[in-house]
Design a protein around this ligand. Sequence first.
Ligand code: GLU
Length: 417
Amino acid sequence: MGMYENVKHQFDKAADLMGLDDGVRKILSITNTEIVVHFPVKLDNGTVEVFTGYRVQHNNALGPYKGGLRYHATVDIDAARALATWMTWKTSLAGLPYGGAKGGIQLDPKKYSNSELERITRRYTFALGDNIGPEHDIPAPDVNTTAQMMAWIADTYMSTKPPAERSKNQHVVTGKPVGSGGLEGRDRATGFGVVINIKEWAKLRGKSLRGMRFIVQGFGNVGYWTSHFLVQEGAVLIAVQDATGTIYNSKGINPEKLNEHAAPNYTGVKGFSGAESILSEHFFGLECDFIVPAALGNQITGENAGEIKASLVAEGANGPLGDGADEILLAKGVDIIPDILCNSGGVIASYFEWLQNRNGEIWYMDEVLSKLEARLIKSFDRVVKKAAEKKTDWRTAAYVEAIGRIELAYKQRGIFP
Ligand code: GLU
């Protein structure tokens, strides 16, 4: 099942359960706008390469489109549609005044120099033109995109505006570096939020995180920060998998040391001296308390879900479970904290950054993290309560919450003309 089929399957289940209005169901079953751009960039060796970039805007009933940009070989229209749709649910569930969008460029950033990545990012921004905008569609980081790239996007977009309007447009993108409009704590917000969710889960199940063993797939921004905060809580990271390999240490892997090894130039976890290398197919079946998939979509499927021994899967990535994995895990009694709740700390912090820029304010780390925590605890609570009320799983309950808010907006406003 493709990612878009997966998100539609999840949507249909919730729509049936809640008796969603037929008209709203039709609107939300398809994306509003799909932008595909082909643009040329001169490489360092003087040759020209033409890149393909996407931006899909799923729905904006609740406010401007919002969602990240990813740079990855798997970026295509199907992925952009699915990821844009997930953003609509995510922002709605978090109670933000945003819709959902997603985009990116089909490329492997490892293959390009920093100056090539700068030219690619700027030219892509220019090609999108006024399809993005601070009150219209606000990108942010996602897989393989960085704060530096967000700064290039902001600068390129602002440079195309008349001088007096430039500084009013800083919030065209979030996830910028602190120092050029970025928010303190936005870098760690997604991982921090994943950990808040896991802490709430542990409380609910009457357990303590201290001494719990966990594994993480993907060691980018989300994988690293999630591990960082979990180890601070006394949990033990025993295995990590990424595109370069799978590493294991039953005594615990130090996330700070691993990050020093893995982060520079997208090196990855392979060859890390603080762990041994194991076969990738053994990863999800490892004996542990919980799993954090924080890489790409469709990683746990009907094929490997049966091997899982953990009692929780906390979705740091978007759409990591597909093809019947939910059904298998739920039947085994495994809890699933769904992506649109579990990784929503990122977009919530993006909202804070947007407010900070829009209102000419400066927010500080403590305030950001405590506001984030309060919002996430509320969301977690609402999802658990809705699941009990509707006698359903947490993912479907999260969808019912998210879609219900959008349905209400359509009912109140009606359909133009
Ligand atoms: N890319 C992140 C996500 O999937 C963040 C989006 C944002 O901050 O707009 O939620």
